[in-house]
Design a protein around this ligand. Sequence first.
Ligand code: UDP
Length: 192
Amino acid sequence: KNRINILGTEFDNFTEDQFHKYLNEDLDNHSNKFIVTPNPEIVLSARKNTRFSNIVNNADYVIPDGIGIIKGANNLGTPMHGRITGFDTLMYLVKTANDKKLKVYLLGAKPEVIKASADRIKREFTGIDLVGYHDGYFDDDKKIAEDIAAKKPNIVLVALGSPKQEYFINQFRDLNPAIWIGVGGSFDVFSG
Ligand code: UDP
């Protein structure tokens, strides 16, 4: 794998177009893939948290979210193609799910935010089969994960903040082959 190490986090170095081609293939093949989108704060917190760092570096795609990562790569003499944000990746997955008529599950954010995000999907992306959604304030992780698996989504968008969302995905992704991505605060933006 062509990965670039920035202070211990190993980023994939490819263009956004190439990344989108991989995701397209993954969706067509029903592959189980985990995307993390570290920004500089996440790189710094991974330096202090070995468990988190291992999970990030073992993800299938480690995407540079933020110009700080690109500048850091330049300064270290290992330039990267460019930034690919978590939000843009969320939008690409939503559009692709709409075109391919796929099943999507939304997890995380405040109840009113996730409801508004689900409403936006139902309104604007009518090709998507929105199989479920749940806010990010729950106690029983396993129950939520089993509900997600029962609904067999092709894409699971998880917004619990870091490192919570990465821990959740790492623990439960094998219950259901899908594109799993931690999207941080993206629903707060997506919900409008
Ligand atoms: N969040 C959540 N459950 C939690 C903590 C956070 O659903 O237990 C949501 C929060 O509502 C927000 C998102 O996670 O929509 C991202 O939170 P934050 O901005 O703190 O994290 P970051 O984007 O910096 O990783």
